[in-house]
Design a protein around this ligand. Sequence first.
Ligand SMILES: [Zn+2]
Length: 379
Amino acid sequence: MKTYNELKLAKELIRFPTVKTEDKGIMKFLSRKLSSIGFKCKIIKSKGTGRKPALNLYAKLGNSKPHINFLGHTDVVANLNNWKIPPFKGVVRKGYLNGRGSQDMKGGIACFISAVSNFIKDKKFKGSISIIIAADEETTGLGTPSVIKYLKKRREKIDFSVVAEPSSNKSVGDEIRIGRRGSMNGIISVHGKSGHSAFYGSYINPCTALAKIIAKLKNTSLDNGTKFMPPSNLEFTKMNVENLSENVVPQFATAKFNVRFNSKHKSSYLKKKLNKIINTVARKEKCKTRIEYRVSGEAFYTKPNKEIYMVKKIVKKITGNSSKLNCRGGTSDSRFLGSIPRLELGLRNNTIHMVDERTSISDLKKLTKIYYNILENYF
Ligand SMILES: [Zn+2]
């Protein structure tokens, strides 16, 4: 049985310039690698950023329970000018593998494929291993949902998922993500009645109402936070009044805000709560309001369970790190996994999305060892 070396595989993956949802043959390449160690591979299309569809991969080995999954993405961000070493060459220098995606997250993919290949060669096990690789995590985010939809249709159930996003901060395994905060954007438009500013009583000033609404919202505590997430926070990001005159009270005033909320809230509940506050103030000021929302993601969270504690123990054994369980960072495809218990554990994130992205080779080795141990202890 073949095994794959994580460094060699990471180099090969970096050489596919998979910016946006460009495939460049990478999914075929991965399918070939995984098929030859026994995986059944299925390419699942989703809408791409250009004319071509994005190609995502679902690979599975085995059909029995329990079912462990690894999740990753092959797409990379641009920011490709002024690199010291060309971003798609995959060059090793002074102990580091250089290239776009080395940390985020072709390096992580190489580590789990290497670990899986070695594990199935070394050990007999009862259960299944699957791999989901999306082609659009950095852009449209439609790939992982289409794979999940495919699994639902086939009634396939994943019991535990390891998302290989670069979660580590100063050294591999120092942080493990067990959830993410939710994010929601809102626009408040306040409708008053315009008039000459000299004639008090003839106009209704929407600026006054908006200022009071903002003050009221900022003075309202949403919650006290949870064990793993900070208190939810609402922040105003823009205020706007179109007005070219000095002596005219305007008709409209608008403001935009963003809420980062913890797992104590669902966006639907938050909307109701905020609407109530906004409308109460507006009514007192005799103004009308229109409020629009866009939810970018609900908060989610896996309560530390036996798998999460198992991984924490493995990280301690291999790296000496006592991992902090937290919910930091931006969004990731983990948000599409619904109720599947999961964690995010990957390489360091100190150069992701930057010029001269790189990972140390010893980090690749450590992470591969961690993933191998996760498989060994899981089954
Ligand atoms: Zn990523």
